[in-house]
Ligand binder design. Structure first.
Ligand SMILES: Cc1cc2nc3c(=O)[nH]c(=O)nc-3n(C[C@H](O)[C@H](O)[C@H](O)COP(=O)(O)O)c2cc1C
Length: 144
């Protein structure tokens, strides 16, 4: 059975809701999902995984959250070549530059961003976004 890890950081719960929607999609597709706060994971934990999801809201000035997610991503970058990564996150007012940068970073490191781009939404995810995240989970289940 496919097993998919969903690693996220969330300050006020919006990106956490998105992580849970990805997990629902994995489970509905018949896989097992682990929803893990980034504080509980190291890059080595993903070394054997072909496909996984990463979630983080836009923080700083269009950046990944700097205390936990940015150091995690910096550590992960050297070991994601060939992997399939689903990206997602909530934002508040910007133009999703943080997600475009994150996609580029994954691609430059040799990974494939599933569906070519991350799933983003302003604030709390709506029904269409939850549905897109369910689909992302199902896709990751098929790739894991
Ligand atoms: C310190 C801080 C910096 C932020 N910087 C940005 C930003 O640069 N661009 C943006 O669109 N939203 C920004 N936001 C808004 C968050 O991305 C938004 O509130 C998001 O929904 C939070 O997701 P969460 O509930 O998963 O923590 C910022 C929020 C905080 C608290």
């Amino acid at each position: 059975m496919s097993s998919v890890k969903i690693v996220y950081w969330s300050g006020t719960g919006n990106t956490e809701s998105m992580a849970n929607a990805v997990a629902d999609g994995v489970r509905n597709a018949g896989g097992t999902a682990e929803v893990l706060p980034v504080s509980a994971v190291s890059a080595a934990d993903l070394a054997a995984d072909k496909a996984f999801a990463l979630g983080c809201p836009s923080m700083g000035a269009e950046q990944l959250e700097e205390g936990e997610m940015e150091p995690f991503m910096a550590e992960l970058e050297s070991s994601i070549a060939g992997k399939q990564i689903g990206l997602f996150g909530s934002y508040g007012w910007g133009n999703c530059e943080w997600m475009r940068d994150w996609e580029d970073r994954c691609s430059s490191a040799g990974a494939t961003v599933v569906n070519g781009e991350g799933v983003t939404f302003l604030g709390e995810p709506d029904a269409d976004t939850i549905s897109a995240l369910n689909d992302l989970g199902a896709a990751l289940c098929g790739l894991a």
